[in-house]
Write a protein that binds this ligand. Structure first.
Ligand code: Z7Z
Length: 393
């Protein structure tokens, strides 16, 4: 028997304090039933990791949101990359791998580091800042669209579009309704911005179009793959950086370590992704009757993977609830795992490292000067505002 747990993982009460719910899902059984959403839930690292690694058992083509595409039509065109299985997934993924390859991202480092250093100087003059608007949003928005090759106009659409994409995986709640109201204009913009004539030569976006010229993918697929990067590439890094700042500010001993050794910036970002899990959850669907953690799952079962719970599973981590920038956070599932593991992770890590290292060099202390305000989304965890004072070194 699979035990039931009475919680709605897409409610604002849950978002305000998800940790007791995560512990209940994780500690009750390897698999639980969540009547509030009519889905199974999995919160242990071993089972979440198993599902991520076995796409044949848990395909993504039936949707990674709560809706089973076999039963309910998608709210938008399904993701051309995340919501596909091999062999379709394989060729498209190879193109994105190439456009976001280590060598490509390495070429972006000098510009990212210069942008981070310049931002820190401006913020130090300001003194009192909002860690979310002025750093977590400003930095990715300042560097990612240029790397992707976007035109200057319309960038204000990126965050609202991402907000919709990540709300769309959840149930029909008020968050999704609010996002859907904005969708038509945003979707039209995103489609337009993904066309070849809107992208800068030499950019990551243009490389995807050039892969179509070379025959690796079709000319219909290319703009849709550019659009995938524009959907998934901004809000995720914004919330990753926000998570790092929030926890470094909350735990001053950790800031002191980073300030003393800015080379720890990369590890600090990684630990923030483990500890806060900016992408909290998504779903898979059982492709056939199967078994998970010794429990039977029927064909068609939707299973909600609590990445955040797995990232604090005491079976996998020592002192999982302590934020420790010197720990080896490797093996967390904050970027997923397996064939769909975050294709932009190298770029995301560069953004995190560049920004945190620039701050660490110049800021002796981060002081929280007001109440942090949470931002609610069906998939993403993060803040709307984080009032900070930067104390120059
Ligand atoms: O292709 C897409 O539009 C797309 C949207 C969302 C691709 C990926 C994601 C995504 C990324 C979903 C991270 C969950 C976590």
């Amino acid at each position: 028997m699979i035990p039931e747990i009475d919680l709605d993982p897409f409610s604002t009460a849950f978002f305000d304090d998800p940790y007791p719910g995560h512990a209940a899902v994780r500690e009750t059984a390897p698999v639980v039933w969540l009547p509030a959403i009519g889905s199974y839930g999995v919160g242990r690292h071993a089972e979440v990791h198993h599902m991520l690694m076995h796409w044949e058992e848990y395909p993504s083509s039936r949707g990674v949101g709560i809706r089973d595409y076999k039963v309910h039509p998608p709210l938008r065109g399904p993701s051309m990359i995340l919501e596909t299985d091999p062999p379709l997934h394989t060729t498209r993924r190879a193109v994105l791998n190439q456009a976001l390859a280590p060598a490509v991202v390495r070429g972006l480092r000098p510009a990212f580091e210069a942008a981070a250093a310049a931002l820190v100087e401006r913020l130090l003059e300001q003194g009192e800042i909002d860690g979310i608007a002025d750093i977590a949003e400003a930095f990715p928005l300042g560097v990612f669209p240029d790397a992707l090759g976007m035109e200057p106009g319309g960038r204000e659409n990126l965050l609202p579009f991402g907000n919709f994409v990540f709300n769309s995986m959840g149930p029909d709640n008020a968050l999704l309704a609010a996002s859907l109201a904005e969708l038509p204009a945003l979707a039209e913009w995103a489609t337009r911005q993904s066309q070849r004539d809107r992208l800068r030569p030499g950019s990551i976006g243009m490389m995807i179009h050039e892969a179509a010229d070379a025959g690796a993918i079709s000319h219909q697929e290319a703009p849709l793959l550019v659009r995938a990067l524009l959907s998934a590439g901004v809000d995720t890094t914004v919330n990753g950086l926000g998570a790092a700042l929030f926890n470094l500010a909350r735990f001053p001993d950790q800031w002191a370590r980073l300030h003393g050794e800015p080379g720890l910036a990369r590890g600090a970002f990684e630990e923030a992704v483990r500890f806060e899990s900016p992408v909290q959850t998504f779903f898979r669907t059982a492709g056939a009757d199967t078994e998970l953690g010794g429990m039977a799952l029927p064909e068609g079962a939707k299973v909600l993977m609590f990445l955040a719970a797995a990232n604090r599973d005491p079976r996998r981590w020592e002192s999982p609830d302590s934020f420790d920038i010197t720990r080896n956070a490797g093996g967390h599932v904050g970027f997923g795992a397996g064939i769909h593991m975050c294709v932009g992770q190298i770029l995301a890590r560069l953004e995190g490292e560049a920004m945190l290292a620039a701050l660490a060099k110049r800021v002796a202390r981060l002081e929280i000067t007001g109440t942090p305000v949470r931002r609610y989304n069906n998939t993403l965890r993060g803040l709307r505002s984080l009032p900070l004072r930067l104390h120059a070194a």
